[in-house]
Design a protein around this ligand. Sequence first.
Ligand code: 3H9
Length: 717
Amino acid sequence: MNDEVVSYEIRERVGIITLRNPPVNALAPGMREGIIDLVKAANENPAVDAIVLTGAGRNFIAGADIRQFGKTRAVTSRTSAAAIEASEKPVVAAMDGYCLGGGLEHALACHHRIATPAARLGLPEIKLGIIPAGGGTQRLPRLIGAAAALDMILSGRQAGADEALALGLIDEIATGDLVAFAAGVARRIALERPLRKTSALTAWRTADREKPEIIEMARQAAARKKSPLKAPGYAIELVAASLSVDVDAGIALEHDRFSELEDSDEAKALRYAFFAEKTAGKIPGIAKPPAGDGVRSAAVVGGGTMGSGIAIAFADAGIPVKMLEATPEALKRGMERIRSTYDARIRRKRLTPAQMQERLARIEPASRYESIGDCDAVIEAVFERVDLKMDIFGKLDVVMKPGALLLTNSSAIDINVMARATKRPGSVAGAHFFAPANVMKLCEIVAGDATTIDTLGRAAAMGRALGKISVVAGSCDGFAANRSRAPLVTEMMLLLEEGALPWQIDKVMMDFGYPMGPFAVSDLSGLDVSYDTRKRRAAADPDYRKLHVPDRLVEMGRHGQKNGAGWYRYENNDRTPRPDAVVNQVIADIAREFGIPQREFTDEEILHRLLFASVNEACKIVDEGKSFRASDIDAMWLNGFGFPRHRGGLMYWADGIGAPAILYQVQAWHERYGKRWKPSPLLARVAGENGRLREAVAPETAFLPSLVPQPSTHSTK
Ligand code: 3H9
């Protein structure tokens, strides 16, 4: 038994087994063995009548230790859960906080389950490309029925204590001290026999067997989703098996399926994505976001698409927000936009009218700067015009209370420009949201030269409070996210001039796993949005390569879905993109005008041309210290651009091809197309070492001056 990760005490004839692996009690080596040994010891001890299984701190168990996947386990959750269920003395699960994956599976094997009101219960394995493997696929449907079990396993979502009680997933909600409450229950049921074993439950069978359509509906829904993953299909088959075979056979099948999935490419990529996101949240120089310093009220300047989306994100997160607009008409339009977003959610049954009212009540329209001065944070979300932004930051400087975060949602303009318009540049940073701001999970936190660590930490914590993945970047044109994607956009436009078509490129990217092709996305956000940015870049950079096709389409008035024509045409308010001969004609005209030779492209060439361009740029971004780590770029692409998660991220995917092969191709395109393909020194270095791009980190000296650890930190006095 491992004393460090599991402890045991006897309180008035109840043996209490406590798992100890802070912060979330993930099942590390030694814990399963500890459970088995202690259940045995409690059974052999005549001074013990019943057992409580609990977690130290504020969580039960957040699941198997994800870092241990792919390594040999001496004892599996299947075995320790079986030992619990086989106990001759009742075992009571006492759950607080996270009770996920292997944690919930151990609880399912207990004879009685108790949770605090704060408990969150779920089987999130599907998000890691695997299936529950501690008997969860067999015990859960036996306990709560096949339909509810499928919902939980396939969504990976967490249920709160009230829902868990209603589902029959727990027996009681604890009041007062959890362990004392659970020990009391353990004493109460100590002598009840037979013990209630979840695998022996049969009532569910009759009911569920009479409804074979439950499984069929799940199969059809999965087929419609066209998931590239194996795990959902396996999970459905396993729940189906729980209806027809005995528990041992079901668990054996579960074990086989899990063994196949554990080291699959998709599961490895999804595990990588999990840790890339966790790592992205870490800012060197900050141990933890300052406690008690969270944003409790916010203001958004601008009620356009982005501003209203950001306001919704705050309202959804329960944070009161003011929305400031210049004119009553613009304010009215912004509030209408918000209301129509909520109406759409009600139509899709994702929100109740009462919830909508609650959230709308958190959004206060404002028409004067003075009225937002007391907010903890303000986010400017107006047009990308430097003069306008400078004017706004000057006004914010006057009205905002000391210590307020002054944030801009700019997607490209240098943060230092806004910072210089204030007398408190240390409080100014970027909080760059991605459209639609209330949906997309990325919040890019951008540091200017003067931004303090405290400001960055608080802005990142604000993003997390909104349910976003906050990733820090340095200030440069496009910051890290858009700057790394810009070469992809350039290449997709230039491919058109060379003979590819938007729908062909979109298909390649959707086959790769994107939910939408990049041209369809551009139609959604509007072709006009990037038009001004291109003009600005062209004016600033004499080498700028003009993108003729999108410019011409914008000049023809084709702005995308919003006016029914962009890269595609749209009919009668239908969002289906339809190829349009007008676009073929524009492309052909431009190729002729500029004498560009036409040719055919393979799918692989299209994919590589788009993504290698961005890999090369991402390497430059890391090398210049505009991102802390290459894996941060992956976290950005996954959460801001819909990069297929089962491919891990841009840099993870690139490693699958290998840095040397990418460098070779980048060099070839450099010779052929010129400067824009100049290989990044970091790419060349990693290729020379045959290393991993995803492990690249910024040179300490290159990163944001205020964030480089100060000499005293390294002092060895
Ligand atoms: C499973 O159980 C399979 C079984 O069926 C059978 C297997 C044989 N492992 O996210 P946070 C770390 S599959 C290792 O910042 P939060 C995390 O990296 C597993 N580490 O806190 C971080 O470390 P650090 C099913 C883990 O409050 C620290 O804990 N379970 C694990 O925002 C704090 O985490 C899951 O998929 C883990 N399982 O969110 C749950 N979990 O400080 C995955 C956390 O060094 N976990 N860590 O950066 C989560 O979804 C979230 O972490 C959780 C807490 C919701 C629990």
